[in-house]
Structure formats: structure tokens, C-alpha cells
Write a protein of this length. Structure first.
Length: 368
């Protein structure tokens, strides 16, 4: 029997290992034996997870500084985590995307769903942007970059260090160029029939929210021939998709002028600049102002940021979002991307007028 080169991490005696055996991807800090040896393990180091009977369960990545103490990388405890292993995961992810999309603009890796825990990789033609949001990925970033170039053939790889996830892992917030040369202008991205301008070096996260692609398409399907209001629009995710689907006019609202400028460029690139307007300001203030002005829209899309990333501050979200009924004269159909709000929107929606429709789009599907 070949001895593993990795350290051993063991579950506490009363911790049931069934979840890990059945696919749960994380081990929390209160579930493992944390003696002097385990606490001294380096951020991002690899270990073998055992149950309390010393039976190997999985190969895991360790972060003693995180609430998520270990992330499962492989169920087979004999597997070596190296560049060859990363290459295999990327090849699997690429094969799936090439079946789904006819152009190289997509989310190539979506963390645990693609067997690369804490890693997000978005592709923009011959450029990829990596968010290594877990310590193990930061530690193996050179191998990850080399494997990415080998598998996809991209010429430029950027690291985006924005977002709260890296802070929770004890990682820095320094973005950099890992390979090639960073683009000196926004990159046009075709998606859902629209064109988006993505700032890969100065924009939010990787530059574009690819994970909202199906929600963009759903909202756009309601917008044909209508007036559309896109609240928290970023670079025009929903409004530009609506125009591409046949909306008569779209207004994008966001607090970031650079993001709105990119939205305008996207509309111009589509040849629909005359049908597109923007309004900078606090979203709730703008909604109130539009209601006072007597503005009317056929479809309003509300895609707020993660106001409440945990359960504790949910009331801070409910207070502004509960004002939605005050703004109800603005729309006939409203689409709320509830996966970001994390609040009981159905309770709010009970007060809407009978002639109005509210569609809740999010990770759990659609509800009306």
C-alpha cells in the first residue's frame, strides 16, 4: 500500500460522516479534531479526511482560518491533487460548455458544480478571468493557470480578487495578470442576442454576470413590444436582453456611472441606442421619483445585490424591499431575482394589485 503524501484531518467522534459520503462538499471547523497539528496546517494545503474510525473519506483542501475548514476535492483518497488533476476537471467543464454554447463566452467553471471548489472562471473569447475564492486555488494558481491555457487555448488569463468570499478565506484583494496582456478596453460579449461590454479589469467580479444568463432570457421573453425598467442594471444585463427580444424601450438604473456607460456602449453596439436610456442614483430613490413622475412600464426587473449575505441582517433587506407595493403603479409585470435578495418576497407580493403580475426568478426556479 502506497502511503499518502498528505496530512490527515479527522472528524470528531460524534460527527456523522454520512453527509460527506453522500456528496456534501464542506466540512466546518466545529466538525473536525483541531489539535496543534491541524491548526498549524498551511492555508490551502491538501489533506486526507477520515471519519472518527480512521476510515478515509476524501481528499480535501484545508483552511484553518475559515469557518469552512475543509473543501472536498476528490472522493477517492488515493488521488493526487496536481496540475494533471486540474486539467482533467477543466476538460470536463469545457466539454459541457461546448455542448451548450456556440461561442466562447460563458462561465467555464462554477466552483463545486464543476469539481473545483471555490473557483469561478469566466471566459471571454481568448481571455479567461479566474476568481480563486478558496485558499487551495490561490496556492495552486500557477498550476491552474497553466492547465487553463492548455485546455482552452486562451492567450490571456486574469485574476480577479474582488468579492467578500476571499476575505472570508483570509486571502488578499489584489487582482493581477497571470498570463498574456490585459485588454485596454471593454470586451464585447454576445449573449441572449444582445451585446454587453465587459470591463475585465475594473468591473465587478469578472466583468459580467454570466450566472444570470437564463434569468436575462426569461425576463426578455416578457418584454416584446413593451417599456422596460431594469433596476440595479449593472452593464444592462436585463435591459439589453429585453431590447434584443423586441422591447420598445428600456431604462437602466444603477448607482455606478461607469457601469451605465458600458450599458450605453452595448446598446449602441446593437444599433439600439435610441431605444435605451440610463438613470444614475440610489435604486429606491429613483423608483420613488419615477412613481412621482407618473412613469409607466410594462415590465420592471429588480435584481438587487446580496443585501443580506447571512440570516442576521435580513430585516435590513425587508424594510426597503417591502416598499415595492408603494411603487406598484410603475408596472404591469415585475420580475424579482430573488436568489440575490434572500428574503420572503411572497409576503411582500401579497399586497400587489390584482391586475399586476410578479414573477420571482432565482436558483429555485420561477414562481408567480
Amino acid at each position: 500500500m502506497t502511503l499518502s503524501p498528505y496530512s490527515v484531518l479527522r472528524l470528531k467522534p460524534k460527527i456523522n460522516s454520512r453527509g460527506i459520503r453522500h456528496g456534501f462538499p464542506w466540512v466546518y471547523d466545529n466538525e473536525v479534531v483541531t489539535d496543534r497539528r491541524t491548526k498549524s496546517l498551511e492555508l490551502g494545503s491538501i489533506a486526507i479526511l477520515e471519519d472518527s474510525e480512521r476510515v478515509p473519506l476524501a481528499v480535501v483542501a484545508i483552511n484553518p482560518a475559515s469557518r469552512i475548514f475543509a473543501r472536498v476535492l476528490e472522493r477517492d483518497p488515493t488521488v493526487q491533487i496536481d496540475q494533471a488533476w486540474i486539467t482533467a476537471q477543466l476538460k470536463r467543464a469545457l466539454a459541457m460548455r461546448e455542448r451548450l454554447y456556440d461561442q466562447p463566452y460563458y462561465r467555464l467553471v462554477h466552483a463545486e458544480a464543476d469539481r473545483l471548489p471555490g473557483v469561478v472562471i469566466d471566459r471571454f473569447g481568448d481571455t479567461c478571468v479566474i476568481q480563486p475564492n478558496a485558499a487551495w486555488a490561490e496556492r495552486l494558481l500557477p498550476q491552474l493557470t497553466a492547465a487553463l491555457i492548455e485546455v482552452t487555448g486562451v492567450t490571456t488569463v486574469l485574476k480577479s480578487a474582488s468579492g467578500r468570499a476571499r476575505g472570508l478565506e483570509g486571502l488578499d484583494d489584489v487582482s493581477t495578470v497571470l498570463a498574456g496582456q490585459a485588454p485596454d478596453a471593454a470586451v464585447p460579449v454576445p449573449m441572449n442576442g444582445a451585446t454587453y461590454m465587459a470591463d475585465l479589469t475594473g468591473g465587478q467580479k469578472t466583468g459580467l454576470f454570466y450566472d444570470q444568463r437564463p434569468n436575462h432570457a426569461f425576463a426578455a421573453s416578457l418584454a416584446q413590444g413593451g417599456e422596460v425598467l431594469d433596476v440595479f442594471s449593472h452593464v444592462g444585463g436585463f435591459s439589453l436582453a429585453a431590447l434584443a427580444a423586441g422591447a420598445k424601450h428600456a431604462l437602466a438604473v444603477d448607482g455606478s456611472q461607469p457601469a451605465l456607460d458600458l450599458a450605453v456602449k452595448g446598446a449602441d453596439h446593437m444599433g439600439q441606442g435610441a431605444q435605451f436610456d440610463t438613470r444614475k442614483g440610489d435604486a429606491f430613490d429613483v423608483l420613488t421619483a419615477l412613481a412621482e413622475e407618473g412613469a409607466q412600464f410594462d415590465v420592471v426587473i429588480c435584481d438587487p445585490p446580496a443585501f443580506a449575505p447571512s440570516k442576521k441582517p435580513w430585516t435590513q433587506v425587508f424594510v426597503p424591499m417591502s416598499a415595492l407595493p408603494v411603487w406598484q403603479p410603475l408596472w404591469c409585470v415585475m420580475v424579482v431575482i430573488w436568489g440575490c435578495v434572500r428574503v420572503h418576497m411572497r409576503r411582500i407580493c401579497r399586497s400587489f394589485a390584482p391586475h399586476q403580475s410578479v414573477a420571482l426568478a432565482g436558483q429555485g426556479g420561477l414562481a408567480r
